[in-house]
Design a protein around this ligand. Sequence first.
Ligand code: ADP
Length: 353
Amino acid sequence: MENKIKKRLEEIIHPETKQSIVESGMVEKISIEQEKIHLTLRFKKARDPFAAKIKREVQQTVEELMPDHAVIVTLREGEATKPAQPEKPRTMTSGVAHVIAVASGKGGVGKSTVTANLALTLRDMGYRVGVLDADIYGPSQPKMFGVEGYMPEAEHDPETNFDAILPAEAMELKIMSIGFFIQPTDALMWRGTMASNALRQLIHQTKWGTLDFLLIDMPPGTGDIHLQLINELKLSGAVIVSTPQQVAVADVVRGVEMFRHPQVNVPVSGIVENMAWFTPEELPQNRYYLFGKGGARTYAEQNEIPFLGEIPIIQSVMEGAEQGTPAVLNDPRVGEYYRSICEKLVENVMKSC
Ligand code: ADP
């Protein structure tokens, strides 16, 4: 929202300097509360004759944009005395526009498979995409994309003295996985702070470059590691994957509550119902609802959470995951399901930012 306000304010030009008030740094602060917006404008010149006019324009512009908020504009004069800047955590995520968590209440519902196929579908829609596999309990993205055995190297930048970790690149995606660093048998040891620290490094040190979307394959469930991942990054949204069973849906509720918790406050971009039904090849008209029918869809509708779509049980989905070629690449039926899901996802993410 702050960016939206800034964008509008860019159009306000100081009549004397002929510069936009945003570009010339006059908009010192924008803080948005529930019902109020405070803006601070700084005029370099004392008693700037245009101060009142600009203040009025800012006030009107923001009121028009956010009619439900009271707008309070404060004026300051002279050069700002810069407060000592706290040292920012150094991160390579600054070129990433949207970070989206892909989560599930429990393991085995297809979260990793969905992450990989979403990533490729977004790529096909023209976006630059990265995948961070943070599933410490069963990192599977290296296998999904056929980059098992990749050994990440570090690249030292002498100017900043910063070591960046180079991600794997496959199918035009940037891929980083905790699985590049741990043996599957070590997963149990990797709980708690050790896992948290490793994930923190992967988030900030991976050389992501410029990305439209970074998808995070989260560990299943809800817990400290989730909260840490969420705190570490500014998430644009979360996708929750579920199967239709009632028990799986009960876990989804916890996931949704975690993201919606006021201290976390990540918009839930939608729910995907995976393994929604099975259609045998020889009976293409039949749908067998092996795990029950529409549990996740019903829950989403009842709780006003966007429902992104269903994906049936399809053999090519399972085979694609095994062979390192996610099914959207080869099976147009699967491609269609994912395309529709991704279109809604992108729309919801853009709406909420
Ligand atoms: P999670 O990440 O939730 O633990 P996975 O993505 O590893 O789950 O999926 C679990 C298993 O189910 C994998 O063998 C995967 O290939 C299979 N699978 C996932 N979604 C589907 C689907 N729609 N159709 C067929 N098999 C699927």
